[in-house]
Structures are given as C-alpha cells and as structure tokens.
Design a binder for this molecule. Structure first.
Ligand SMILES: Nc1ncnc2c1ncn2[C@@H]1O[C@H](COP(=O)(O)OP(=O)(O)O)[C@@H](O)[C@H]1O
Ligand SMILES: [Mg+2]
Length: 314
C-alpha cells in the first residue's frame, strides 16, 4: 500500500449494454497532483469519475484509491469527495442552509467551516440567497464548497469550469491550487484543453473509452506538429508570395473567416515559420501579428482524439 498514490487504475472496463464506455483505462494520480481528464463528449470521462466516487462499479480491471482496493460495493471511498453531473442541492434552501444540511446528512455535529468554505469559492455575498436563483457557475462553486467541508484527500470534479465566468474560474482555480499545495489530489474533467493550462500539470486524454495520451502537459504541447498560424503584416501580397516560396510553408485559404483580407493563414512547423519571419524582415515587411489559430494544446488534443475516433470507425 502506497499512500502517496491517490489513484491507481488498471484495465478499467465499463459497458452500458452494447456501449463500451471505458475500454481498458489505466490512470495514475499522485498525491497533491491536479490531474485533468480531457476528451470529447461521450469519451467516458463522467463514467470514470463515477467509478472513483463509488457511484458505479467497473466490469473489469483493478482500481485502488488512496492506497485501498475498491471492492464491488457502491460507496464513496473514504477520503473522497466530489460530484458528477452537477452537485445535488436543495433549490428552496439558501447556500448556507444547503451546506449545513449536507453537513448534517454526513453526521457532522458542528457546522464550523461553512462561512470559510463559502468565502473560498467566492459566494459570501449570496450566502443567504436561495439556490433556486443560482446560475450553473454558482451551483458548481457551491458544490465545491460542500466538498471542501469534508476535507477530502481526493477531490473529483466533473467539468468544474462549465458555466464559470472569469471571476468564478479564478476562485475555483485558487481553491484547487491551494488544496493541491496542501497535499489533496484533484481529478477533474473537461472537454476543452485550453482552460486547463493554468491549473494542471498532468493530463490524461481519453477518446471513445481509451487513453490516447497520459503525461505532463508540457510533453503534449512539445510534440512537433504542424499548426495553422494567422499572420498579419504590413504588406499582405508580398507576405503571401514569400510564404508560397518558403519550403515547409503551406498557405491556407481560409483567411476570410477572420473578416480581414489582410490576414494570411499559413500551415507550418516552427522551423519553417522561423524561416518565413526572417524572410519577411529581410524583405522589409513588418510582422504585426503572428499567432496559432488554435492553441498548441488544443491542436494536440484535436489531432489525438480524431485519430482515435477514426481507428474505432466513428
Ligand atoms: N447510464 C448510462 N446508460 C447508457 N449509456 C451510458 C450511460 N452513461 C454513459 N453512457 C454512454 O457511455 C459513453 C460515455 O459517456 P460519458 O462517460 O458520459 O462521457 P463523457 O463524460 O466523456 O461525455 C457514451 O457513449 C454514453 O452515451
Ligand atoms: Mg461527462
């Protein structure tokens, strides 16, 4: 038993009738790590998180949580908190009353920590408002506050950034980073890669129930692949001619989507792009803007998931 490992999953398989939701998933999460499970809709993220929370049992495979093998019974493993498909809340109660009711359900005699939890997720101002009127983002944050009250060693969150405005995101990310620094492990899911850059160092990409990448984010982004870049210069015509003449550069004719005829979109790997920029400067053409059309992480995510979906014939 190694208590430094929060999750160790091997060959996890889960079917719903004919649908194979998880097909031999391996997952390792270390203590104090914020680990993202990323994949398109239907990839199996919610199903996997449900297994971690004890809401369902795998058909096959081994799962150890916080050093203890998970058995066949449906129960949240000790030390684990979180929710899938949105937190269960009482609409007619206030935020504060919800947390008190959830604490009472767990048998907690005292309700200390409720104000602090609300403060951490940025809901102090609406503590006495009924949850009925809360937005999705506010509900997500209240669900997180409820999980905080249990002082979990492993926190499991399904799409926690859904519905969060930038301020809400800042609160949630702040809470998660603090928890991780104190040794709590966090596993969260997202169908987008780019909003996790600020939060996670480790990521597992899943597509159609299988792991297509697992490892540090830096490794994913560093993979050498062609990207589309939009390029704005002082002389679009000269830039287009130079791009066409530069080896390794392909001019993509979808600049129209930028509503700016001066914008050029080129497909290239970084060395060829460097060459083009040097060529532009040499020719006296000023580079005003150069940026990937989608972030390198999002591009890696799309490429890997598309590849997997083609392999299983979807
Ligand atoms: N309770 C269920 N009954 C039948 N099929 C399900 C059930 N839950 C999930 N699935 C199916 O399993 C696959 C994975 O779903 P899910 O885990 O919700 O994916 P994600 O959260 O990544 O969008 C999907 O094809 C989905 O339709
Ligand atoms: Mg889901």
């Amino acid at each position: 038993m190694d208590t430094r490992i929060a999750i160790r999953a091997r060959g996890i398989t889960k079917r719903f009738g004919d649908v194979v939701a998880l097909d031999g998933i391996d997952l390792d999460v270390a203590q104090g790590q914020i680990h993202a499970l990323v994949g398109p809709n239907g990839a199996g993220k919610t199903t996997l998180l449900g297994l971690l929370l004890g809401l369902a049992v795998a058909d096959r495979g081994r799962l150890e949580i916080l050093g203890t093998p998970v058995g066949r019974s449906l129960a949240a493993p000790y030390g684990v908190a979180g929710f899938v498909d949105g937190p269960g809340l009482y609409p007619s109660l206030t935020a504060k009353q919800n947390l008190a009711a959830l604490a009472a359900l767990r048998g907690a005699a005292r309700t200390t920590g409720i104000d602090d939890a609300l403060d951490q997720v940025g809901l102090t101002d609406v503590a006495d408002d009924r949850v009925r009127g809360f937005s999705l983002g506010m509900r997500q944050r209240l669900g997180l506050a409820a999980a905080l009250l249990t002082k979990p060693r492993l926190l499991v969150l399904d799409e926690p950034s859904n519905g969060l405005d930038p301020a809400g995101k800042k609160h949630v990310y702040g809470v998660l980073n603090r928890l991780a620094a104190e040794g709590t492990s966090v596993v969260l899911s997202s169908h987008r890669m780019d909003d996790l850059e600020a939060l996670c160092s480790e990521v597992t990409l899943v597509a159609t129930g299988r792991v297509v990448f697992s490892g540090p984010l830096s490794k994913l982004a560093a993979e050498n692949r062609e990207l589309d870049y939009r390029l704005l210069t002082s002389d679009p015509e000269a830039a287009r001619r130079l791009a066409v003449d530069t080896p390794g550069i392909q001019v993509v004719d979808d600049a129209g989507v930028w509503h700016d005829a001066r914008m050029l979109v080129v497909r290239a790997q970084v060395p060829a792009l460097d060459e083009l920029v040097a060529g532009l400067v040499h020719a006296g053409v000023a580079v005003r803007e150069l940026a990937p059309v989608v972030s390198p992480l999002e591009a890696a995510f799309l490429a890997l998931t598309e590849q997997q979906q083609q392999e299983v014939g979807q």
